[in-house]
Write a protein that binds this ligand. Structure first.
Ligand SMILES: Cc1ncc(C[n+]2csc(CCOP(=O)(O)OP(=O)(O)O)c2C)c(N)n1
Length: 323
């Protein structure tokens, strides 16, 4: 007999909705990059959806999240408006930053998504600062920050972990270890195989989890968030995952074997979760189909909203510029 799932139907539905929305949003983004409706360097995380969906599913609306340069997924998982998000990527005035930030600079303050960054590791110290504010406000809020394995080699990563630990801050470090930093495999940029071991160095409780198993990610995140919310200090999750596409949209990704990509396709987090949902009868086939259809409709509506929005005017491009 199959083991009982720890998830109930409502939670499964919410997780599936988030994962489908992220997947379909980024597939639509890829198309719009192809037709130059979305300009500039755009990083999608297709194949990594379970990390953002699982971790953010245990957050409150008044908690805070920071992303990396690959930040659409956590913004969506924290509840960002899809139309404003798509408009930002397309450089339109209806975007979250009036189209002046683009894919790596999303700020959806109303849902607590405080920013992505073009600077690898750049949001780690910002998250620590926000966690200091949260601790001092005493409302039980926590901060979650997403970053890649490449960012773990940066000096500010180590400084951030050290301060978070020393000051016992309510921050959860979520390392999306997808095995590559740009075009460089992990083995070529560090001898440290388990990045969670850096957390041990700084006396931060850590877990390495299967980042393509949304239930496992959610469970590990729930434990870290509970500790942080209760005043127990920071947590660290290393989520082992893989980006099924190139580093940026258009990257031919010749630095990795097709067989490797093929192996990871078999571990696609969305397909795996659909199997879990079916095996444990968490949702009916009709409910599953409705989740996908509604996500597709929401994403298409977002794309149309974005494309209908004009680019910023000359006056708008000159506002919010500090020199
Ligand atoms: C400070 C800094 N150094 C280098 C770069 C160039 N760069 C952009 S993405 C990237 C790799 C980041 O890898 P990782 O942190 O593992 O994230 P992933 O791309 O795998 O999501 C690099 C080196 C940058 N943007 N910022």
């Amino acid at each position: 007999m199959a083991a009982k799932s720890q998830l109930d139907g409502g939670t499964a539905q919410a997780l599936l909705e988030t994962m489908w929305t992220i997947r379909l949003f980024e597939e639509r983004v890829t198309e719009l990059c192809g037709t130059n409706e979305i300009p500039g360097l755009t990083h999608v995380g297709i194949g990594q959806e379970a990390v953002a969906a699982g971790t953010c599913s245990v957050l409150r609306r008044d908690d805070y999240v920071y992303g990396s340069h690959r930040c659409h997924a956590p913004a969506i998982a924290k509840g960002a408006d899809l139309g404003r998000l798509m408009a930002e990527l397309a450089g339109r005035s209806g975007g979250y930053c009036a189209g002046k930030g683009g894919s790596m600079h999303i700020v959806a303050a109303e849902v607590g998504f405080l920013s992505g960054t073009g600077v690898v590791g750049g949001t780690l110290p910002l998250a620590v600062g926000s966690a200091l504010v949260c601790r001092d406000h005493g409302r039980g809020q926590v901060v979650m920050v997403f970053f890649g394995d490449g960012a773990a080699q940066a000096g500010l990563f180590h400084e951030s972990l050290n301060l978070a630990s020393l000051w016992e801050l309510p921050v959860i470090f979520v390392c999306e270890n997808n095995g590559y930093a740009e075009f460089t495999p992990l083995s070529a940029h560090t001898k440290v195989e388990r990045l969670a071991s850096h957390a041990t160095t700084y006396a931060i409780p850590c877990r390495t989890v299967d980042g393509n198993d949304v239930g496992a990610v959610r469970q590990a995140a729930a434990e870290a968030v509970e500790t942080a919310r209760g005043g127990g200090g920071p947590g660290f999750l290393e989520c082992l995952t893989y980006r099924l596409r190139g580093h940026y949209v258009g990257d031919p990704a010749k630095y990795r074997e097709l067989s490797e990509v093929g192996e990871w396709k078999k571990k696609d987090p969305l397909q795996r979760f659909l199997e879990v949902v079916a095996r444990h009868a968490l949702l009916t086939a009709e409910e599953v189909e409705a989740v996908e259809r509604q996500a597709r409709e929401r994403v298409e509506a977002a794309a149309q909203t974005a494309l209908a929005s004009p680019p910023p005017t000359i006056d708008q491009t000159e506002s919010h510029v500090y020199a």
